[in-house]
Design a binder for this molecule. Structure first.
Ligand code: GAL
Length: 391
């Protein structure tokens, strides 16, 4: 006769095997789950959640409803012109990004402002809490016209992930004088024709005195490298390289962010700044820019102001250490405030690779503060915990 325990052995055995199998499968499932990134590695390839290098160059980040949205230029393998459009990625943690698709595609109609082959650079998206619309501005150059159009393109969407509807392009502030130009400068009769050569001291003085502002007064001011900024009071600003990239403009946007109020100022006339990126801390405004050397890196510049309307004061290069004079081989594009962390800002920059634009790495570095001013130091690898220990 079989014992009781013996009789139950097959059932017990089965149970043990089943639970062992469950544990084994769980471990395996855990192993197979991609762990994801837990830090930033500036200058390295940055795969999205599909393991493809993120394609969002010259971009900016919007934080909305607990999610970060990274908008940027889709770059192709062999050309920097726009073949696809504005790309969007989303993330909860800033390390791992999911491709949300192309939110503003180029057009296939010949003659469209955004016809494939045009230039769509430095796209930035802001959210308008009053109209509940997402508003996209980008630097537009018309197909086949090099960089001569110097326009801004404007598009709008009901959703962060688009699709955005293209509205129009323009040169800002046609027929309006900047707030910080004197009556004498406005009425001066000096024109470009008065100069046989550019870049002489007299020519530079004339530029400072608004030579190009007067030239472009009727048609609107040139608008190339750009960013958008929403202040605490909900007012938004378009900040862009104007006057043949010689002078930055800050222009206030209308209540719906879709046009301009006509209030604007010139910053650092003749200073040759582009790639503007701005943030505020303790009621003070900080702006990092680059010089103008095309795809080649140069030394970053830093400006501060007590009011967005200036006066803006220039400070030394905020980068410190090896390759500081080349912004660590990169060019600014945006400064991203980290949600939920006090005084935590990420400097976003591009390391352009014009021979293979699609491969260009991103340089994200934490902004640290020394004597009240932002400082950038190279890091091979870092994570957000840096903001818990510094500043
Ligand atoms: C850079 C600018 C880029 C792109 C490039 C074209 O100066 O920052 O966004 O326009 O020139 O050469």
């Amino acid at each position: 006769m079989k014992s009781r325990s013996n009789q139950h052995f097959p059932l017990l055995h089965l149970l043990i095997v089943a639970s062992l199998l469950t544990v084994f499968c769980r471990c395996n499932a855990k192993k197979e789950q991609p762990k994801g990134f837990q830090n930033f590695t500036p200058g390295k390839q940055w795969p999205d959640t599909d393991s493809v290098h993120i394609n969002a160059h010259g971009g900016g980040v919007l934080y909305h409803d607990n999610t970060y949205y990274w908008y940027g230029e889709h770059k192709s393998e062999h050309t920097s012109s726009a073949q696809v459009g504005v790309n969007c990625y989303s993330s909860k943690d800033l390390y791992n990004w999911k491709h949300e698709g192309v939110v503003l595609p180029v057009s296939d109609s010949v003659g469209s402002d955004i016809e494939a082959g045009c230039v769509m650079e430095r796209p930035k998206v802001i959210y308008n809490a009053k109209t509940k619309k997402f508003v996209l501005y980008f630097h537009l150059e018309l197909k086949g016209k090099g960089y001569s159009a110097a326009r801004v393109g404007i598009a709008v969407s009901d959703k962060a992930t688009g699709p955005f509807t293209y509205l129009r392009s323009l040169r800002p502030n046609a027929g309006v004088w900047p707030e910080n130009m004197t009556e004498e400068q406005k009425s001066s009769k000096v024109t470009l024709d008065d100069f046989a050569d550019w870049w002489t001291d007299e020519w530079m003085q004339a530029v400072n005195d608004g030579l190009f502002v007067r030239r472009d007064f009727e048609g609107g001011q040139m608008s190339r490298d750009m960013t958008l900024f929403v202040d605490d009071d909900g007012l938004a600003y378009h900040i862009f390289a104007s006057e043949e990239n010689l002078t930055l403009n800050i222009a206030e946007l209308s209540y719906d962010y879709l046009s301009y109020t006509g209030r604007y100022i010139r910053i650092a006339p003749g200073g040759h700044n582009e790639a503007p990126a701005i943030f505020t801390k303790d009621g003070k405004y900080f702006m990092i820019t680059s010089g103008c050397t095309g795809w080649d890196p140069n030394a970053a510049r830093l400006f501060t102001a007590e009011s967005i309307w200036g006066p803006w004061t220039q400070h030394p290069n905020p980068c410190i250490g090896p390759d500081a004079d080349l912004t660590f081989h990169s060019q600014s594009t945006y400064i991203l405030p980290v949600a939920g962390k006090k005084d935590a800002f990420i400097f976003m920059a591009d390391r352009w690779t014009p021979k293979s634009p699609i491969d260009a790495p991103y340089i994200w570095l934490p902004i640290q503060f020394e004597n009240g001013l932002p400082v950038l130091k190279w890091k091979d690898q870092w994570d957000l915990s840096i903001f818990d220990t510094t500043n």
